[in-house]
Write a protein of this length. Structure first.
Lengths: 113, 114
């Protein structure tokens, strides 16, 4: 199993541009999570899906952030327009209802200049 | 809602010394508890987990943790630190029923002194 795959690994963009982060969960996993990691706030859960349906998006910081899961093998996190304070590492994780732990991708390091 | 508190954002130990990283949880019922490790520029890797049953849990790389309900704690230990243990460690909690999301502590950066 290839694990959770995120792309790109690094993204540098200018303020105001649209950014799209991508995630492929582990095959067979029906829960998908998006986390953001910063020095100031640590690991924050932004949103999670079950069977492609958003269950809890209370952690999404602003309307500039949106996430979709069009099918069981793909999810996107979009920021439009991006701002310097969005600079962070964004992690995707997946699990099943039978598992207790979540499996994490390598993360996308986003820098907004 | 569940939460975890990690005492000490930075811990330094000498190579060969005991490693002790502290985690206390807050939950109305005993939850699932986890320790994850993050190496520089990497994702999070599961070290060990407590679900039910034995309260002393053994994980990878010689780490173990003990669930103590009376103290609402889940401290991580390793008898003898190795240079390769230098990393950031996160305690996390998940509810037993109805909510699969993991809530993380603020992390403890472990430094190993040669």
């Amino acid at each position: 199993d290839a694990g959770v795959i995120q792309s790109p690994r690094h993204e540098v963009t200018e303020m105001g541009q649209e950014v799209t982060l991508r995630c492929k969960p582990i095959s067979g996993h029906d829960y998908l999570f998006w986390y953001r990691q910063t020095m100031m706030r640590g690991l924050e859960l932004l949103i999670y899906f079950n069977n492609n349906v958003p269950i809890d998006d209370s952690g999404m910081p602003e309307d500039r952030f949106s996430a979709k899961m069009p099918n069981a093998s793909f999810s996107t996190l979009k920021i439009q327009p991006s701002e310097p304070r969005d600079s962070a590492v964004y992690f995707c994780a997946s699990t099943t209802g039978a598992n207790t732990e979540a499996f994490f991708g390598q993360g996308t390091r986003l820098t907004v200049v | 809602a569940q939460s975890v508190t990690q005492l000490g954002s930075h811990v330094s130990v000498s190579e060969g010394a005991l490693v002790l990283l502290r985690c206390n949880y807050s939950s109305s019922v005993p939850p699932y508890l986890f320790w994850y490790v993050q190496y520089p520029n990497q994702g999070l890797q599961l070290l060990l987990k407590y679900t039910t049953g034995a309260t002393l849990v053994k994980g990878i790389n010689g780490f173990e943790a003990e669930f103590k309900k009376s103290e609402t704690s889940f401290h991580l230990t390793k008898p003898s630190a190795h240079m390769s243990d230098a990393a950031e460690y996160f305690c996390a909690v998940r509810a037993l029923f109805g909510n699969e999301k993991l809530t993380f502590g603020t992390g403890t950066r472990l430094t190993i002194i040669p």
